[in-house]
Design a protein around this ligand. Structure first.
Ligand code: SF4
Length: 213
């Protein structure tokens, strides 16, 4: 094991302890393959699954695996047409799924989750609705505290995401946050998850790799 890998493992151990005090379950996987398998082990036969926009769940191969296994699960994929349902009805299905998959924009060394959304559907599902929330996060998402987490989202994660999504926000052009109020702003809702009221509802899989933005 390289010093970097050992350090990730040491750091994750402390975060997992802090998560437990906050009623959240924490796990450590050394790489994306292990994290993919770990996430799938939580899923129950015929369960319903929805997910928030996340490069991480794509990068670990989880999204492709679920889409290939369609039929084994009830998937609510908001990128696909949903005939017979209005947007509002479809969102109702997403928000009441058995499992919601996402990453986190940042996680503090004390186990707080920091997430910033544009339209807020992802943070809404994190806060309440789905019976279980499975979060997969590369160790690059770890920050010392909430303030650093917000700075990370706005100056590290948002600019490349803005380029990817062509948001026409200042961060897309300048590579840093200007605290904009642009029409396409991706930073309308900031949610810090200090604790889960329902023990074990939120499961955090930390991965010893750099994943997502
Ligand atoms: S507030 Fe605006 S400029 Fe700052 S990161 Fe968010 S979208 Fe970009």
């Amino acid at each position: 094991m390289s010093p970097k890998e050992q350090n990730y493992e040491n750091l994750a151990e402390g975060i997992i302890e802090k998560l437990a005090h906050r009623n959240m379950e924490g796990y450590y996987c050394k790489d994306r393959e292990e994290a993919n398998a770990k996430a799938k082990r939580f899923l129950t036969p015929d369960c319903s699954i929805s997910w928030g926009g996340s490069e991480t769940i794509k990068e670990i191969g989880l999204l492709d695996d679920l889409l290939e296994a369609e039929g084994e699960y009830e998937l609510f994929d908001r990128t696909k047409p949903h005939p017979g349902m209005t947007e509002k009805e479809f969102y109702g299905k997403m928000v009441t799924a058995d499992f919601f998959l996402m990453s986190t924009n940042a996680i503090t060394m004390d186990g707080e989750l920091v997430n910033i959304d544009g339209n807020g559907n992802r943070v809404a599902c994190l806060c309440n609705g789905p019976s279980n929330v499975i979060i997969i996060a590369g160790m690059n998402k770890v920050v010392p505290d909430v303030k650093s987490g917000i700075a990370r989202v706005q100056n590290i994660a948002a600019p490349p995401n803005a380029v990817r999504l062509q948001t026409n926000t200042p961060c897309m052009e300048y590579g840093r946050c200007t605290e904009c109020l642009a029409d396409g702003c991706m930073c309308c809702h900031t949610v810090v998850t200090r604790m889960s009221r329902t023990p074990g509802r939120i499961k955090v899989i930390l991965v010893g790799e750099e994943l997502g933005y």
